[in-house]
Ligand binder design. Sequence first.
Ligand code: 5RP
Length: 225
Amino acid sequence: MTQDELKQAVAAAAIAYVVDGEIIGVGTGSTANFFIDELAKIKHRIKGAVASSEATAARLRGHGIDVYALNDVAALAVYIDGADEITAAGAMIKGGGAALTREKIVASVAAKFVCIADGSKLVDTLGAFALPVEVLPMARAAVMRRLSTLGGQPKLRLKAGSDAGFITDNGGEIIDVAGLSITDPVALEREINQIPGVIAVGLFALRGADVCLLGAGDGVRTLTF
Ligand code: 5RP
């Protein structure tokens, strides 16, 4: 099976976690896009969705699914999203698609976080994927100096085909920190959260996944945490 077929398989399996009559929290990225396309097939069963990015909101609306502002929603039964890396304990690196801040916020109001990922995302130790950190642009250099002291190599994410920094949906910039071996993701998430100028770090360990649907050649494995 190709990686896209594995993503498609976990996206289809995630429909079992959709709660009828509810508003669903929806993540961002290629796996989340497969999920949105699956969700469209059962859109009559849900009230609508809260999106974790402008791109996800546009795709949901394109399928005729009502998109709610998070401020208008008191709670979500479930949040469904991909990951860049996930451990057997449910801690994740997210933000490859630059939506980490809204993903973390939307996930924080959901009763259950269902991660959907192809099997290549399961790792023993987080950090081979450079850790994304969203920052206020005026704090970029100061935050990069602080991140260097953690042992990684911080690099500003650039807009495709340009020397300018990539700008997120929130007006932030992304610093990708390579070369980390994250043995205590909860402690590192807390530490990076404390750096002035950081909007959010793409470590999802304080609030990790509750379930992970992992795609493999022999089917979809369900990990529960
Ligand atoms: C976006 C994310 C994505 O969930 C993560 O990058 C995985 O993406 P994909 O499903 O395309 O592999 O965190 O900010």
